[in-house]
Design a protein around this ligand. Sequence first.
Ligand SMILES: Nc1ncnc2c1ncn2[C@@H]1O[C@H](COP(=O)(O)OP(=O)(O)OP(=O)(O)O)[C@@H](O)[C@H]1O
Length: 264
Amino acid sequence: MSFNMTDQDQITNRSESAQGGKAVIEIKDLYKSFGDNHVLNGFNMTLMEGENLVVMGKSGSGKSVMIKCLVGLVKPDSGTVKVLGKEINSLDQQNLDELRSDIGFLFQGSALYDSMTVRENLEFPMRRHKEKLGVVADTEPLVREALENVGLAHTMDLMPVELSGGMKRRVALARTLILKPKVMLYDEPTSGLDPITSKEIIELMRSIQKKYGTSSLIITHDVDCARVISERMILLVDGINYAEGTYSQLSQSTDPKVDAFFKK
Ligand SMILES: Nc1ncnc2c1ncn2[C@@H]1O[C@H](COP(=O)(O)OP(=O)(O)OP(=O)(O)O)[C@@H](O)[C@H]1O
């Protein structure tokens, strides 16, 4: 289904391309099956520089498979996946690792290492991606800045067990920000959090995007999160980008498959 845009939105899109918007992620005609389970059937997606794009899909619709194709953890059957101008499936391991250091992840299971302090958790990616930051003699200023971004500088020497669920998620976000990623991938960033903590995380995501001009792909079931954060949305149904548009366009659709996403 191709979603009908209003005249006003068509004008907005034209002016965006006139400003020379750059694609940071381009997925074209992506197919992936596991045996007879045809998960992605020609999925297309473009994330523009500085954009917040939300992808929604039912449980089992292939959102995680799509993200895994994006970071080279799953090999597609066919189609192309370009991230920051590089075709993922043609990169060797070293170039793939380098590219991954420009991609920040906040996944449902973005667990902190329980045996390490908050500071040590944040130092970990710095050691892992030395090629990006070089050898950092004094890690404290970077750790502090990353924690200040999420309002948790005072937790630097605490252990994860001493933090609430929302605080852990914020530290996980700080840990990914320390590498100054160009693209952020969020997989269910508010799942398992109460509404107030969810709101705090969404606000943080917005402030980070503003501060660093990061482009973000957000996978969520949370309609409120999608409403607040998305500039554009894609609904993944039957392995394709079934509908695309702004929150207000999609939430007013009379198509039953689209409408089902917005029913509480
Ligand atoms: N490695 C794999 N081997 C076989 N089947 C797989 C594999 N990975 C995913 N699948 C199948 O692909 C389909 C899509 O799974 P995926 O995890 O992408 O769903 P999802 O949309 O992320 O769901 P949820 O919202 O519940 O996390 C499912 O039917 C799943 O069983």
